[in-house]
Every structure is written in C-alpha cells, then in structure tokens.
Design a protein around this ligand. Structure first.
Ligand SMILES: [Zn+2]
Length: 362
C-alpha cells in the first residue's frame, strides 16, 4: 500500500511515499523535488520553469521549453524534453506524455508506478480546433488530477464551427463597411487560432507584437498560419485606412474606450472590438466582461474544455478518484460525484492539508 497526497504549495505537489513531484510550480521549491513536470507555457503554469531547473530535473515538451526561453531570454537548465506518446523511465516510476489540445506544446502527464497510475491534465481542450488536435484520453488511471477552469454548469460552449462562423460573420459585417475590427484573446493559443481563422478573410490581417512573437514560434514548430503582418508596420497603417482586422492580447483591451484604443493602436478610426473567452458562455458573466473590456461583442471561444467535455472525459477515464484543481474545483468535484458516481474532491492547499493531516492510502 502506498501513501499518496496531492496539495497546493506554490503550484501542485504530489507525494507518493518518499517521492515528491512538482506539477507546474509557480516558484522554486524550498525542498528538493525528485521531478518537476511543466504542462505548457502559459505563465500560470510555467512560472517556476526556470527557477526550478537548477534544483530538480524538469520535464516538458520542446515547444514549451522554446517559448519559455524566448520570452525570458534565459536558458533553461536540467531539462529533459518529452514528446507526445513518449515514456521516460526515472527508476521507481515512469512518466508518459499525452497531447492536451490546449495550446502549442501542451501536454498531460501519466506518472506510472508499478501499482499506481496518476494522470495530471494541466489545462486541456477536448475538441479539435484549427490549431490543436483535441486532448488524448488516457486509460488505466487510478488518480486523476483534473483542471476545472470551466467546471460549472454555466459553461457549455457551442460547437466550435458555430463559434468560428459567428466571429467571421461579425467581422464581415463591420469590415464590409470599411471599419477596423479588433479581436482580443490570449496571445499564446487564441492568438494563433484567430490568425488561422482569418484565412477566411481575403485581406492581410494585422497582429500586435505579442501575437506576432507566438505566431512565429507556432509557424517554426507546427505549420504556416494566415497572411498576417505586424501592426507596427507602415503597410498596416495603409491597409487600415480602408478598414481591416487586428488581433491583440485581450488584456490590452481592458478598461479602454474604443477611442483610447484607436490612439494606442495608432489608427485613425474608432474600432469595433470583440473578446474571445470561455467566460462569455455564462450569461451571468457575459455583461460583467462586456463592461470590463468595453467591447461590442464577446465570443465563447476557449482553449479549455467546458463542463460537459470535462464530465465526458472523466466518464471515459473512470479513475478511482479525481482531484480537481483551478477554477470551479469544488463545483466540478460535486458534479463528478453526483453525475458519475466517482469519488472526487478539490485539491487543498498545504495549510489545509496540515490542518486535516490528510494522507490517502492507495
Ligand atoms: Zn493554459
């Protein structure tokens, strides 16, 4: 019988007997870990990548390493690269990587002991998109550590093809009148998906510097995207006189009026603005986001699974127990117990853990 626990301590931490594994740590660990697993390059998952590397072996995809190094302009040390489907043996256990379908280079991990298999999903998306293949569904899992960003009944996304059509119709409606359209989303992930979607638009599109950086990496590692040019280029200024499409990180749109935005973007027209985010699927959140971002339209395009996909995934994996982390963790654990009859609980943080002295024997 093994002792097992999972808890938050500046990122997720798994302990199996005397082995400590850090999952997407946010800082360097005070204790030496046996292994650090990084699922993808979003900052809320890769923050500890460079800081951890001096102390412990880090495993990630080659794309994740490349993004972290390019953005930080530092070299990551003590890293072992893993590819989808590959299995690395680390003595008492092995690590296998599966596709997560979230952003370029994103992985799920299977940590396999002879008598215990743990799956950590990181952020997952379970439908095909223009840029990513849907995440894999593992088998033989005892303990599933599952992301729960949209683990609430409010978050059911329409089919992706419908969302794509809505975005394109909205763009055509405005660019047809010579207007400038600004689309906001995460620069890493959504930026490439939106750029790929703009293949349907005949003209060149403009992207901000952040989106440009990730588009270039995507093209270097995966495949060619649409005909896009930097927003800062003289050509972009010319094109935008007659209207056009600009893709920017959504965070740059927050609390800015369209007029202020036109000044920042250096365009002489007040643009129409839309944000693409899974939060838009909730009618309760819809108006709050619309106000915060001061936008004309919102589209529920997400790089995460919605609640229905998460439940289908758990139902197919059928683990002995599920630990939910991030977002609606408590709510999703309740839904899994109630709808699927599978044991599920939210991951606690280290202070709660010491309070309850919770150690699960598996
Ligand atoms: Zn992410």
């Amino acid at each position: 019988m093994r002792s097992f626990k999972v808890y938050y301590c500046r990122g997720l931490r798994v302990k199996v007997d005397d082995i400590t594994i850090l999952l997407d740590p946010l800082t360097s660990s005070a204790v030496r870990a046996d292994l650090v697993l990084v699922t993808h390059a979003h900052s809320d998952h890769a923050k500890g990548y460079l800081r951890s590397s001096l102390r412990s072996l880090v495993i990630s995809s080659e794309i994740t390493k490349s993004i972290v190094e390019k953005v930080s302009r530092k070299r990551a040390l003590n890293v072992k690269i893993i590819s989808e489907g590959q299995r690395i043996s680390l003595g008492k256990f092995t690590v296998q990587a599966l596709n997560a379908g979230h952003i370029m280079g994103s992985l799920q991990y299977l940590i396999e002991f002879p008598d215990l298999t743990i799956c950590y999903t990181g952020d997952i998306n379970l439908v095909d998109s223009l840029t990513e293949r849907r995440g894999d569904i593992p088998s033989g899992v005892d303990v599933l550590i599952l992301e729960s960003t949209y683990g609430h009944e409010d978050f059911v996304f329409p089919p992706r093809s419908e969302i794509y059509s809505s975005i394109l119709s909205w763009i055509e409606k405005h660019t047809g009148k010579g207007e400038v359209v600004v689309l906001g989303g995460y620069a890493l992930g959504k930026g490439q998906e939106l750029t790929a979607l703009m293949k349907e638009i005949k003209d060149k599109i403009m992207v901000s510097n952040k989106v440009l950086l990730y588009n270039k990496i995507f093209e270097e590692k995966k495949f060619s995207l649409n005909n896009y040019i930097p927003l800062s280029s003289p050509e972009a200024k010319e094109i935008l006189k007659a209207g056009g499409v600009i893709i920017v990180p959504h965070i740059e749109l927050r609390k800015k009026t369209p007029y202020v935005l036109s000044r920042i973007l250096g365009i002489n027209k007040v643009p129409k603005v839309a944000v693409c985010t899974g939060w838009a699927a909730s009618s309760r959140m819809f108006f709050a986001i619309k106000k915060a971002y001061n936008v004309d339209a919102l589209f529920p395009l997400s790089s995460h699974a919605d609640v229905e996909q998460l439940l289908l995934y758990v139902d197919e994996v059928r683990p002995r127990i599920v630990y939910t982390a991030h977002g609606f963790a408590k709510k999703l654990a309740k839904l899994i117990r109630w709808k699927l009859g599978i044991k599920a609980r939210k991951v606690l943080d280290s202070r709660q853990m010491s309070l309850f002295k919770y150690v699960k024997h598996i």
